[in-house]
Design a protein around this ligand. Structure first.
Ligand code: PM9
Length: 481
């Protein structure tokens, strides 16, 4: 039996630059169990128990397999409340790899976003972003800012085959600066890569142009560096002049275009928990450090155990290893080719961390206010035990000014590839499941809320199907929060 529906159309998978030393058993779950589980989970894949899932592509966040060196690093934990040597190691590595002077550990990325937003934003400000990310925008709005999208138009079109779909539209940014005034823009927030656009990168030429434009107006630039190594790899592969440059050097050049960054260590930095805020401005650092003691912890641990900082420092060194990062991104690309080979609509080009199913193209009969991406993620789980995540109208939330749903042009299911965790056979199974479901797509119906949280509603929202479908149980079997 072939491994994929159209094996001939798919190249062989890339070979892992590591071997496996420890395994974690996973268990196939029967369709009957999956039907019961999705009902109990109120059709929200976030609310499934992980042992109800066979292949977990919910997120690449905190789900990496750590290396032998990282596990060894855990044993070097210095759990002193203040001045842990693991902090100084992390600081040294961040200075070396990113080039920023001041480093403030946080419990995870949103901790850093919180500190940055609270320190820099005044109510009534506007923060330009290259598309939104859920937690980033929520913290900016919570601090009183209006969000402004300055990404290039191609980012909103799943079929646009642009090499740097994460780029900032410089004309849009300039027009915004003119309209609101530079004094009302505390910083420009640039994500590398752009998660919600499909893991799409930003070019170095674009980062330099953003730096130049903002410098003229005295505006700061902060990078969301969560997936910066993947972005650096795309620059190496796609931007003229970088093919022979190590990812490590490219990453330093990217960071040199910014005043600082926030980082969720749970993605590219290959740890299960952790993050940091880094910058060059001592005053900004000091204000953030003063706030950190209230929300994160003392500035030399920021909510992390010493051992976690040591493992993150080691992970940062590993994320810029050229062989590692090439395999990481090429494995995702291979998975995308396998899914697309059967005609399943996906976001193109395939991004750095995930394959994104285009739920509008997949389920054209489900209107956007019946949450096609959420319904598709639930149906994929029931069909195969593969768990993905909704990244569409539910994730976009409501506009604080009008109270109405924000309707993003991208209505996507994200099949996110954890780092160093799954083999080509696992991903082949997931690709096959997408193809089978696509053939039966008419049987999938839309969803409606039964409980809608006020913020970040995709995490805790509850739903029920709007009609009968063989992929869903009826709402009556759902129980408990
Ligand atoms: N991203 C993800 O699955 C985890 C939670 S949201 C579903 O993609 C970016 C670009 C992220 C991100 C988290 C954060 C927050 C900031 N920026 O999760 O707080 O993708 O460490 O990071 C998630 P933390």
């Amino acid at each position: 039996m072939s491994r994929l529906p159209t094996e001939s159309a798919v190249p062989p998978p890339p070979t892992e630059p590591y071997r496996i030393k420890m395994v974690e058993p996973i268990r196939p779950v029967s369709r009957q169990e999956r039907l019961a589980a999705i009902g109990r989970a109120h059709y929200n894949t976030f609310k499934l128990r992980s042992d109800e899932v066979f292949i977990d592509l919910l997120t690449d966040s905190g789900t990496s397999a750590m290396s032998d060196r990282q596990w060894s690093a855990l044993m070097l934990g210095d759990e002193a409340y203040a001045g842990s040597r693991n902090f100084y190691r992390l600081e040294e590595v961040v200075r070396e790899i990113y080039g920023f002077r001041y480093v403030l550990p946080t419990h995870q990325g949103r901790g850093a976003e919180h500190l940055l937003s609270q320190v820099l934003i005044r109510p009534g400000d506007t923060v330009p972003n290259n598309m939104y990310f859920t937690t980033t925008r929520a913290h900016q709005e919570r601090a009183g800012a209006a969000f402004a999208d300055i990404i290039v138009d191609e980012a909103h079109d799943p079929a646009a085959d642009h090499p740097f779909k994460g780029n900032v539209d410089l004309n849009r940014l300039e027009a915004l600066i003119r309209r609101v005034g530079p004094e009302r823009i505390p910083y420009v927030s640039v994500a590398v890569t752009v998660n919600m656009a499909g893991g799409q990168p930003v070019s170095l030429a674009n980062l330099r142009a953003v730096r130049e434009l903002t410098r003229r107006h005295g505006i700061k630039v902060f990078l969301d560096a969560t997936r910066c190594a993947e972005n650096a790899y795309f620059i190496q592969q796609r931007e003229p002049g970088y093919r022979n440059r190590p990812v490590r050097e490219i990453l330093r050049e990217m960071m040199a275009c910014a005043d600082g960054c926030t980082m969720s260590g749970k993605k590219d930095a290959l740890v299960n928990i952790g993050g940091f805020l880094a910058c060059n401005d001592e005053t900004l650092y000091q204000k953030a450090a003063d706030l950190a003691v209230l929300f994160e912890g003392f500035p030399t641990y920021g909510g992390l155990a010493g051992r976690d900082m040591e493992a993150m420092a080691q992970g940062i060194l590993e994320m810029v290893d050229d062989a590692y990062i090439a395999h990481r991104v090429e494995q995702v690309r291979w998975f995308g080719a396998a899914v697309a080979a059967s005609g399943v609509p996906i976001v193109r080009p395939v991004g750095g961390h995930a394959v994104f199913l285009d739920a509008r193209g997949f389920l054209p009969h489900v209107p956007q206010d019946e949450f096609p991406a959420l319904a598709l993620a639930a149906a994929l789980y029931v069909h195969s035990g593969v768990r993905g995540m909704e990244r569409g109208v539910v994730s976009a939330g409501r506009d604080p000014a009008t109270g109405k749903h924000r309707y993003p042009r991208l209505e996507l299911v994200r099949l996110t590839v954890p780092r160093r965790v799954y083999t080509a056979d696992h991903l082949g199974l997931a690709a096959r499941a997408c193809a089978e479901l696509y053939r039966d797509r008419e049987a999938i119906c839309g969803m409606r809320f039964t409980y809608e949280p006020e913020t970040l509603r995709f995490f805790n929202g509850r739903f029920e199907p709007v009609a009968e479908s063989p992929y869903f149980t009826t709402a009556s079997s759902a129980a408990g929060p």
